[in-house]
Design a protein around this ligand. Structure first.
Ligand code: PLP
Length: 423
């Protein structure tokens, strides 16, 4: 038995979180390394969603609004608040990440009127950049967007951000963990740098929440948004969340005036009067069918404990990096993630000139091998996501052996270079 294989067996036996895998729907012929894009389905969600459909919608119909649904967003928001170190009334779950980002960027720019600089980085999620571009194009025409770094960079130094910050900066917005390289900023340090220049900071937590410990209050964070269908296992397109620091809530306005942000939506007044607190950042009737599963998804993470999950994620990442060094670097792969664990989230990107076709061979093996699902991000990154709730050390060992085989036997040559619509 290979040394790494032996080690994988040992580490799995010692893993105190191993039983959490049973709380998800698993397929023994599949190694799923894409929990950073779409988390697995918790078994508890199946029963809860069936009951939601049959009992709450089917039988109780509109009575369910008062019985169950109107408070659902609050219940889940409180759980997310626990996970990200916020007060229960600083989190709102609903709408989508991009929409929440739009609302908060707009609010921050309006608040920082007179200042005309927006800073972000080239590692940020493109949709986030599009939101900024759109707002500058449509509403804040004098604002300038400064993009720090290059999209192929693995990491950005604090100093590179600091250099751009000045008293004309209305907003700095970054992903805490970047989607491609998995680089993780030090949130507290960045907040301090920005606050020294009187600028607000908006964090996108999508690739961080459920993957790394976050303490918004202790880091003195102003604003944040985040996704629930990645490491929070909320299901495809599940509603996102937003965070507004208590002291900013009365100073900021939601740019989308609608009934769910109204002070009294069910008075049906003809004029708009914004509500108070975090709820004034809502827009519409909550999407109950996709919101409800977020409850079970977040609960599994809370049950395991974010600190415990981080310890396992770091240990698994080190194991995977050692395997990559040993088996894949000699085959032409490069590591495209930071090597220090404190600068990294919970996925590891590797690059190969045949990255796309290798990725295809992993997902659709033609040789009876196990299916391995990572994902691909251009130009040639294969992202290996480590969701410590359900990934085993043996999964990582087998995945690397499989990649090695695909390259050694040039199995990828059987695949087309043409890209699928969703990668
Ligand atoms: C996944 C992700 C999103 C998703 O945005 P949606 O509007 O929910 O589609 C946004 N930002 C980041 C950083 C992400 O990783």
């Amino acid at each position: 038995m290979n040394l790494f294989e032996k080690k994988a067996l040992e580490l799995d036996q010692k893993d105190s979180l191993a039983h959490f895998k049973n709380r998800f729907v698993n397929d023994s012929n599949l190694i799923y390394l894409d929990g950073n894009s779409l988390g697995k389905l918790p078994k508890a969600t199946i029963a809860a969603s069936a009951s939601l459909l049959e009992n709450q919608w089917g039988n109780r119909l509109i009575r369910s609004w008062n019985e169950e649904w109107i408070d659902l967003s609050n219940v889940i928001s409180k759980k997310i608040a626990k996970l990200v170190g916020a007060q229960p009334d600083e989190i709102f779950v609903g709408d989508t990440t991009s929409l929440n980002l739009y609302k908060l960027v707009y609010a921050a720019l309006e608040f920082g009127k007179g200042k005309e600089k927006i800073i972000t980085d080239a590692l940020n999620f493109p949709s986030d950049l599009y939101v900024l571009e759109g707002l500058v194009n449509q509403h804040f025409k004098k604002h300038q967007i400064e993009i720090v770094g290059d999209s192929n960079d693995v990491l950005i130094e604090n100093e590179a951000i600091n250099k751009q910050l000045d008293l004309n900066t209305a907003l700095l917005t970054l992903s805490l963990v970047t989607y491609k390289s998995s680089f993780m900023y030090n949130m507290k340090e960045i907040n301090e740098l920005a606050h020294a220049k009187n600028s607000l900071v908006l964090w996108d937590l999508s690739h961080a929440v459920g993957a790394v410990p976050i303490d918004l209050n202790k880091s003195n964070a102003d604003l944040a948004v985040g996704c629930t269908y990645k490491y929070l296992n909320g299901g495809p397109g599940a509603p996102a969340f937003l965070y507004v620091k208590k002291s900013l809530q009365e100073k900021l306005r939601n740019p989308i005036w609608s009934w769910f942000s109204h002070e009294k939506p069910f008075d049906f007044n003809l004029n708009y009067q914004p509500g108070e607190g975090i709820h004034k950042f809502a827009v519409s009737t909550p999407s109950i069918l996709s919101l409800a599963p977020v409850d079970q998804g977040v609960s599994v993470v809370l049950d395991a404990g974010m600190e415990n999950l981080r310890i396992k994620s770091v240990a698994q990442s080190s194991f995977l990096l050692a395997l990559i060094e040993e088996e894949l670097i000699p085959l032409g792969f490069k590591i495209a993630s930071p090597l220090e664990s404190e600068k990294r989230g919970s996925h590891i990107a590797i690059q190969h000139s045949e990255g796309y076709r290798i990725n295809q061979a992993m997902i659709q093996p033609k040789v009876g091998a196990k299916i391995i699902i990572p994902d691909f991000r251009p130009p040639n990154n294969i992202r290996l996501g480590i969701a410590p709730l359900y990934i085993t050390y043996m999964d990582l060992y087998e995945a690397v052996q499989r990649i090695k085989n695909i390259v050694e036997f040039k199995e990828y040559e059987k695949y087309s270079k043409k890209k699928a619509l969703v990668t």
